[in-house]
Design a protein. Structure first.
Lengths: 199, 199
DNA sequence: GTCTATAACCCGATAGAC
DNA sequence: GTCTATCGGGTTATAGAC
């Protein structure tokens, strides 16, 4: 958790997160990170065991926060449509608040996940899938979603459309994350076609 | 263009494309490519100037083919809804026929684009944007799409949802590219909500 | 068309001085 | 907490033999 006055360790992690997000984990060298922090590469190892432990701390901290929010939504008593909307909104908020962490997860999770140390990434992926599939199935059962949806395909559609926005969304420029979520929820639920022309 | 009997050069490019797609361009070594081809890394330089020239040939060949298809759609006389559908279908067909090329473009175009040699990647990006925006605006003007759409946001939504499917779609396994396109077009145009509950 | 051998460089990480 | 100095290994690419 970040405090009002970030520790040196947190400063370094923030610098590393930005570089990992911009250039990719593998393509960012410890010298890049040290340069951006104004120190030499060897000095980084006073704070961290390895480059891997840096990205590990970045990702696990972020995911613990995000999945706490998903759990709250699943436990709420709203209808499926409202819960789906909230889950989309929480995700866009995460892109707004933690764009670097989301970008690293999107770009490097597959590669990192092949190391046993990052096995929790696959677990979180499964957990995320369960959240969305649960909401979609509840929506189909209760009649707020079309009953002919392919659940797996719909899950992938929602997951991808939400998280891939990290590629172009820039906090503080143009639309807010809330505006983007509004439009995305509208397209997702009602489509882009003129309803009167609905086939 | 690939011939019935691929040349050694084409064989090597196909091997490289698969590895670039699986591991990323930077994370694939010339030794990886040579190993997979059953030769030594030095021997690759009899066929190609550099690793960069390999990915260059892979991407430019693919894009020349894809954008030829987009041009045909734009020039056709169908209505905007039909043209949008066809553009989505052509894109999914590209994912089916050339999954490695699409994956490389999705994962590495940003990084490669920073070198002047790959300036055409940015040009193709602009061209692609013009295709989708043209179709969306024509659809809004002719009344087949909702008139309150944010054109830029809708463009990004379509672009991202289509191309990100390369992350999970595997040719020959499960749904065909045509099935996936059917479902995606339906969600995109009409949404996932039950129409009777439309707000 | 491929192999042998190697140049020139970049990488993550370490040991110990300050 | 940072710097100096460096180790061991991986990377792209080249020159010339076969």
């Amino acid at each position: 958790m970040s405090t009002a006055v970030p520790s040196r360790r947190e400063e370094l992690l923030a610098i590393a997160a930005r570089l990992f997000a911009e250039k990719g984990f593998r393509n960012t060298t410890v010298r890049d990170i040290a340069d951006a922090a104004g120190i030499l590469s060897g000095s980084l190892y006073h704070h961290f065991d390895s480059k891997e432990s840096m990205v590990d701390e970045i990702l696990s901290t972020f995911q613990n926060e995000l999945f706490g929010q998903y759990d709250e939504i699943l436990a709420s008593s709203e209808d499926a449509r409202a819960k789906l909307e909230r889950a989309v909104r929480v995700s866009f908020e995460a892109i707004d608040k933690h764009p670097h962490e989301v970008a690293i997860f999107q770009n490097d999770a597959d590669h990192l996940g092949s190391f046993s140390r990052f096995g929790y990434l696959a677990d979180r992926n499964t957990q995320s899938r369960q959240v969305w599939v649960t909401l979609i199935e509840e929506g189909m059962r209760t009649g707020v979603l079309r009953p002919d949806l392919d659940v797996t395909l719909t899950y992938r559609f929602i997951r991808d459309t939400v998280w891939v926005a990290v590629r172009w969304y820039r906090p503080g420029r143009g639309l807010t994350h809330s505006d983007v979520a509004d439009q995305y929820v509208r397209i997702l639920l009602d489509g882009i076609a003129q309803p009167s022309r609905r086939r």
